[in-house]
Design a protein around this ligand. Structure first.
Ligand code: T3D
Length: 259
């Protein structure tokens, strides 16, 4: 069984983490598959991506059965972050198209933080987010210390990370950790409907918007104003901008090509 499924839809891609018996926990092989799938999204010219999980979980983070050390050796987990998790998070954030995460069930450890690295997070009402690291003596990774702190503030980030208490989808939405809660049976349909809308949107402008908002977390207001100027210059030169203005003036629907 493929650990990661890839489907090219009409203008967008659907990637499904597919080890349902293990709540889609990450193995080394799965990291490789996911990296290939993400590269394919961009190289095929898709205009949006939906990332979800098969079965009752979204992703339970690192597969801990790969992490038993009978001989007592101590592993270098920094090396696995360098080699696997950090490139994954960077790849998602660098994709020049909207990445929608459909969190269909529990998202734990790095699974939760990979979800938070996506641009728009929808969660099933039954889903929950768990910073499970504290239960096994680890530090939140996958960018979790960064995303959590920015999204919900230091007080909530510290409590979530230090207690490893599950956060319901509803509470996550109320705190601004995610975009929306959707009924379980409607989650994938809602995520795909959003992706289908993005498939006919001005993709280049959305990619530049993503870049600007991601940079805002670390930029000063002054630096951000300069960045907006530079990115707007690029957006103003796209075919889609010309089409958007023309369509407005001609009182018709725009036909964006994504460039
Ligand atoms: O190591 C490095 O490279 C550093 C990077 C680390 C990144 C990380 O993600 S560290 C954190 C790893 N994840 C966890 O600690 C979470 C472990 N899982 C859980 O705490 C629970 O499974 C959940 C709270 C997520 C869900 O609980 P529940 O009761 O709904 O399901 P379950 O029965 O525990 O799990 C179902 C099956 O999935 C079960 O397998 P079985 O017994 O039916 O054959 C369980 O063992 C398996 N499973 C769940 N999570 C993992 C896993 N197997 C391996 N690794 C997992 N992370």
């Amino acid at each position: 069984m493929d650990s990661v499924l890839y489907e090219a839809k009409d203008g967008y891609a659907l990637i499904t983490l597919n080890r349902p018996d293990k709540l889609n926990a990450f193995t080394e092989e799965m990291h490789g598959r996911l990296a290939e799938a993400l590269d394919r999204v961009q190289s095929e010219g898709q205009r949006a991506l939906v990332l979800t999980g098969a079965g009752r979980g979204f992703c339970a983070g690192q597969d801990l059965s790969d992490r038993s050390f009978p001989t007592g050796e101590s592993p270098d987990l920094g090396a696995t972050l360098d080699r696997l998790y950090n490139p994954l998070v960077r790849k998602i954030r660098a994709l020049e198209l909207p990445v929608i995460c459909a969190v269909n069930g529990v998202a734990a450890g790095a699974g939760a933080n990979v979800a938070l690295a996506c641009d728009i997070v929808l969660a099933a009402r039954s889903a929950k987010f768990i910073q499970a690291f504290a239960k096994i003596g680890l530090v939140p990774d996958g960018g979790g210390t960064w995303s959590l702190t920015r999204l919900v503030g230091e007080a909530r980030a510290k409590a979530l990370a230090m207690t490893a208490q599950p956060l319901s989808a509803e509470q996550a939405a109320a705190w601004g950790l995610i975009w929306q809660v959707v009924e379980d049976s409607e989650l994938l349909q809602a995520a795909e409907a959003l992706a289908a809308d993005f498939a006919s949107a001005p993709t280049r402008g959305l990619a530049l918007t993503k870049q600007a908002i991601q940079a805002a977390a670390t930029n000063s207001m002054d630096a951000q104003l300069d960045l907006e100027r530079d990115l707007q210059r690029q957006a103003g030169r796209t075919k889609d901008y010309r089409e958007g203005v023309a369509a407005f003036l001609e009182k018709r629907q725009p036909k964006f090509e994504g460039r």
